[in-house]
Design a protein around this ligand. Structure first.
Ligand code: SAM
Ligand code: SF4
Length: 347
């Protein structure tokens, strides 16, 4: 007699993906920014003096759960909680706890988060207990002083402690580093050695023109094609088809045995394979990180308990998902491509 394993049974119960955009791309990945607030002020992300949303504008955790659930019902398989700093939102573990039921049912393949690591030591065990298996930690330098310079308010030792706690809790770690010209371009190799030495992946990101910051992005922008060429002059990089559901393209580094991912929104537009949409903490859905067009899901969410109402609003939004972004960073156009900061839509 054939035995149906519990995971096979769960697969059979999964909802079909019914979010297909006008360009035939299936939307299976939702990123949710649960707060626009943060305990850091990274120079490429925010200005030092930010005006954050009044708390009353935010969706409650129950409302965020309802919206995420609506997306899972429509075929989202991967949910990333982000921000701002997601772990500074009060009671955020309640949302992880609630969403973990979709992992148990098999409807969701992965529940994960992107964090600056400042609160990770406190929450790592509970995250693991909620079924989180991987965490992205953003760290752009291994030097304490530089870390303070980049994050303005951050403490590198705390982040290191957070990563150690996450590893102890059994979470796989991926380091995210934004490559910044004249800031950390001399440290990419050290970041890679640290990551691979600890069994972490490293993903490098090109800085994107999102929101006004205090400085000039033209000064910071470093094309990853240059970083890759530099690494390739000293290491053997082998392209591999490894995917985590996001836009990174990975290489295996022969000498370290680890992986490096490249997220290249500027030098190589990866929109043709985009499978994501992004929800803000006020219930606004951005169908593209680099475009202003959005859909308000808060109004239908609050208007009716009927899942069909929110389902219809999601369908309408997916029907407007644009083909791609048009990011430019150069001296002539050094204004942001979109006015909102990365912390609003989340990374
Ligand atoms: N606070 C969390 C953190 O830093 O990981 C989550 C939110 S943060 C907006 C997510 C990611 O976006 C981080 O890895 C950060 O380095 C990256 N990021 C922020 N602003 C960016 C920008 N303008 N261009 C490229 N990446 C950016
Ligand atoms: Fe905060 Fe993350 Fe933005 Fe840094 S990148 S200011 S940690 S939201």
């Amino acid at each position: 007699m054939a035995v149906i394993s519990s995971s096979t049974a769960a697969l059979a119960e999964r909802p079909a993906v019914d979010m297909i955009d006008p360009f035939g791309r299936a939307v299976t990945y939702l990123r949710v920014s649960v707060t626009d607030r943060c305990d850091f002020r990274c120079v490429y992300c925010m200005s030092e003096h930010m005006t954050f949303l009044p708390k009353r504008e935010l969706l409650t955790l129950e409302e965020l759960d309802r919206l995420c659930t609506a997306f899972v019902d429509k075929g989202v398989r991967k949910l990333r909680i982000t921000g701002g700093e997601p772990l500074v939102r009060r009671n955020i573990m309640q949302l992880f706890r609630d969403l973990s039921r979709h992992l148990v049912s098999g409807a969701l393949e992965e529940l994960t988060l992107t964090t600056n690591g400042s609160q990770l030591a406190r929450f790592a065990d509970e995250l693991a207990d909620c079924g989180v298996r991987r965490v992205n930690v953003s760290i752009d330098t291994m030097k304490r002083d530089k870390f303070k310079e980049i994050t303005r308010w951050g403490d590198l030792d705390k982040v290191m402690g957070g990563m150690a706690a996450a590893q102890k809790a059994g979470l796989a770690i991926k380091l995210n580093a934004v490559a910044l010209k004249g800031v950390n371009d001399d440290e990419i190799e050290d970041l890679m050695k640290f990551a691979h030495g600890n069994g972490y992946d490293l993903t490098l990101i090109e800085t994107m023109p999102l929101g006004d910051i205090d400085g000039d992005r033209t000064d910071q922008y470093l094309p990853l094609s240059m970083v890759r060429a530099d690494l390739a002059s000293r290491y053997t990089l082998e392209d591999i088809p490894y995917k985590t559901g996001g836009p990174a393209r990975y290489v295996q580094v022969k000498e370290t045995g680890g992986r490096v991912g490249f997220i290249t929104p500027m030098t190589h537009n990866f929109c043709e394979s985009c499978n994501r949409v992004r929800l803000t903490c006020t219930g606004t859905l951005y169908m593209c990180l680099g475009q202003d067009d959005a859909a308000d899901l808060r109004e239908p969410l609050r208007a009716s308990e009927d899942p069909a109402v929110i389902g219809a609003a999601i369908d309408e939004a997916i029907g407007r998902k644009p083909k791609g972004h048009d990011f430019i960073i150069d001296r002539r156009s050094n204004k942001p491509s979109v006015s909102r900061h990365m912390s609003v839509t989340g990374g």
